[in-house]
Design a protein around this ligand. Sequence first.
Ligand code: XUL
Length: 460
Amino acid sequence: MVTLGIDSSTQGTKVVAYDTVAGSLVASANVNYGRDLPEFGAPDGFLPNPDQGIRRADPRMWVRGLELALARLRDTGFPMDRIEAVGGCAQQHATVCLSEAGVCGLKGGAVEASWFSRRESPIWMDSSTANEVAALDGRFGSSLRERTGSPAVERFAAAQMMKFSREEPDAYTGTVRVHLLSSFLTSLLAGEDGPIDIGDGAGMNLLDLHSLEWNAEICGFSAPGLEVKLPPIHRPGDAPLRLSGRFAAFGLRPGIPVAPFTGDNPASLVGCGAEKPGCAVISLGTSDTFFAAMPDFQTDPDGYGHVFGNPCGGFMSLCCFKNGSLARDRVRNECGVDWRFFDETAFSLTQPGNGGKRAFPYFEVEITPRHDSTGIEANFDWDSASPETKIRAIVEGQIANMREHTRWIGDFGTIYVTGGAARSKGILSVIADIFGADVKTLDVTDSAAIGGARLAALAV
Ligand code: XUL
């Protein structure tokens, strides 16, 4: 069977046609928002804003990205009518607020600005909700973590909707549906208002992970009437939706099953074949994440990590580091070297441990652990150091920080590494050294899109 996997990530959209029997890709296509859709003014996937805390994007960019990626897949000559089911994922935590026009428009017709009661959607990188987080903390304290799997978090929907309802009460009142990007894309594909899956839904501070229902008390405290604005919840095993006629233009057969989209990290867990407890995954993308399927529900005592739903049933743990690939790219640029030097040469010219020289690239306000000031922080004279010393210093700094903050998840003999930077032999060797684990990579870097394709096959 061939299924379609879609990954709507921070910097672009990727689509893969996946042969579920052979376990391999048969065709794929990509869109990069900065390069291919410059009209949306988001070179790195978000609208540049001098306020480091504000990270938003025009939701129409994600729709256009999906359409263009599907058109490119069709134009490779791949027979789109061979696709028997669709699944996918999106960057986590981005909220998409639909007006009445938006909810009605899902059935058919052009996607217009009037669909979106909030014209700019905050994405996972947004950290502008410190006051709202303090309010949630004050009201619920550690019980929030016990109920929803995470402490109050700035990028999650509870804080984001509290801020939206307070700052733009009319636009909030005009919001009929509060989707995550994942459930919005499910809805667009299905041509009807679709559900939120428990993988991504757990990253909102609103889902009670013990009952798998929206928590009425937290919803009510976050924003007026929020619970009725939330979509229904999709649990593992629930029936899939069906593809709308809107996508016939790309050669897809209307009526094929659509598995509800999940978050990119839960999808990667499935794409790496790590949905059963036993091994961990490190995903090196715009954010770096460390995650693993969980044998038992257990939260991070230090309050940085999260418990999300495992789309195959049960739970997964996750720790997210905001300064991932974009930070590595900025250091590479600053050093004036190419990726080959960054990925390999720098590591052959230096020794593990880097003679004690370590640095942290804080280009974005970091969340794990919280670090508000930005810039490089090094324990040596950064400006006069060689490129290879700088590169090993920041990679070892990032991976050591990851090790430190993921101890609560456990020790693993095998770690799968995925995402664009998994191609770097140097980074893989640092992970193996610091985690003391066997490091494995997939043949392809698209584990999130493949996870979507595998979830589509499971739904059939
Ligand atoms: C996870 C998180 C990021 C985004 C990036 O909590 O915020 O990994 O999912 O796509």
